[in-house]
Design a protein. Sequence first.
Length: 84
Amino acid sequence: MSLLDSLKDKIGPAKDKVTELAQQHGDKIDQGLDKAAQLVDEKTKGKYSDQIHTGADKAKEALDRIGHKDDGAGDGGTTPPSAA
């Protein structure tokens, strides 16, 4: 077994757990990201507001991709449900 295969076998259960948690608690995680972004924006006095909000949006998009991995699209969730 190659090193990469060994790593995939060890990471698999953790990846499944993260997917499950993202599906169950995605809305709470979104709210937490919003609160964290707002706090950091306040602490930096708006100096990095665009970058902070861009980062928070990208984190939410990643969360959505993780949480909707098993939505039946068959392509990793890249096809919108209406197009499937």
